[in-house]
Design a protein around this ligand. Sequence first.
Ligand code: TEU
Length: 561
Amino acid sequence: MTPSRLKTQDARTFERKWWHAATVYQIYPRSFCDSDGDGIGDIPGIISKLDYLQSLGISIIWLSPIFTSPMDDNGYDISDYRGIAPEFGSLADFDRLVSEARKRGIGILLDLVVNHTSDEHPWFEQARRSRDNPYRDYYIWRDPSSTGGVPNSLTSSFGGPAWTLDPATGQYYLHLFSRRQPDLNWENPKVRAEIYEMMNWWLDRGIAGFRMDVIDLIGKQVDAEITTDGPHLHSYLQEMNRETFGSRDVLTVGEAWSATPAAALLYSAHDRRELSMVFQFEHVTQDWDETYGKWKAKPFDLVGLKAVFGKWQLALANDGWNSLFWGNHDLPRAVSRYGDAARYHVESAKMLATVVHLMKGTPFVYQGEEIGMTNVSFSSVEQYKDIETLNMHRLHVEAGMSSEDFIRGANESSRDNARTPMQWSAATNAGFTTGSPWIELNPNHATVNVATQVADERSIWNHYCKLIGLRKQHEVIVYGHYQSWLDQHPDVFIYTRTLQQDRLVVVANFRPEEVTLTIPEELRQRGTCLISNYNRVGAIEENITLRPYEAFALLTHQTSR
Ligand code: TEU
């Protein structure tokens, strides 16, 4: 069954890649497993959980940054690209992680944060010494405006201007994130050469590829106030591909908040020689407010959400590749956001997993999602640790909002929702640490934890195992053509995947109540029920009643249809 190219019902043939049938698991090292009792997760802790990850069935770990860092942004501010942060372990620990993971058929994806460094990186420490320092041009400096203020109106993602004055040299430097994350100057060929050399150094250690932080920003044109999709972006990525991973069989995932389907094809089309895929957020931002973004979400709109998923599935049907996910370390917990964690925790978590895992693309599971971990319910700002949340709290309170109102919103949208410690068991601190955790645990670890779910055949965890396994068994899940049905239905998501004689029908109810609907004639069929979060068996009839958050997938072989 494995010719290297596969004719699908989509117009073009796909060259098979090892990561097409793989599932990625994202680890946020600080919050995953602490082996030495300092309250912070570490690499030996991750190694101790590799058997667990192997039993889940994943093939790749995306490790959020583990490099030396003052941790202003939990490691997304790197001060030594070749060093491991001491709280996470040593380079020897990292090498052991790569080899132990490989023994279990798991590759390690490193988080490449090269839009910016830490202000403690030696390059920046040099650069700020004088205007004629050889490292000055590694960063982006501008004179004050004619009125003595910031050079222009670019703002930081974490609030406030993107410029900070360096008093010693009298110029401003650019930082699209915190002032402790100065942006590198990608227009400087020396910067690019240093980065490529560093990437090759890690590739030579046997990693499986890179997730590339905010890669859509590296082509920026500061004076024109263009940050995303700058004119040199794709030529830099083609150069990077040539100079580093292009000759190696690795996976590269670019984080691109700005990506449209057309842009995604520029990054990931087969002949472009750039990246394997982008991680784009249109489904995530679909219900964000135009002005206040995630801090003010609009009511959930399934019709809009289905349209976004469908648009991406079709746009990359013949070339390029999709990443599939609900959450990551920057986003709230999926079951809290899209499901009903209070009344239908298990049902809604399984439904959400079913919907994204059976689409075309590579699924990403964010740590704890496989047991349905939920958002926090913090009541004071001191419980929050995330720089973005703390900055936004200060700015909103300065603008007149009460701290309580802000926290109510943050409990739904803060990045810390995803960063509470992994819930391994019902033991003290959920088995995450024997010390005092760097951020409070979610008290529901008494009931929501790995130990309980691994032992329970009907758990969310076992549902994820099944979905990850199905992708390895059924080519229709990997390569089948996507088509959506009943696009205007406000409660139910139905799509089919078709490959040669096989057709998979996926049906999901997004509501906490029963929904009855009439199934289009073409979809009425008998088949094998591959997965279900209730006890659905193998038939879809004219009238069907879906239970709250019910989801199932039926596979039919054409001759039996
Ligand atoms: O995120 C990019 C980014 O744009 C986010 O900060 C986003 O604005 C925010 O999370 C929305 O709430 C990447 C990393 O994933 C993030 O953790 C880092 O803080 C950021 O880059 C800077 O490196």
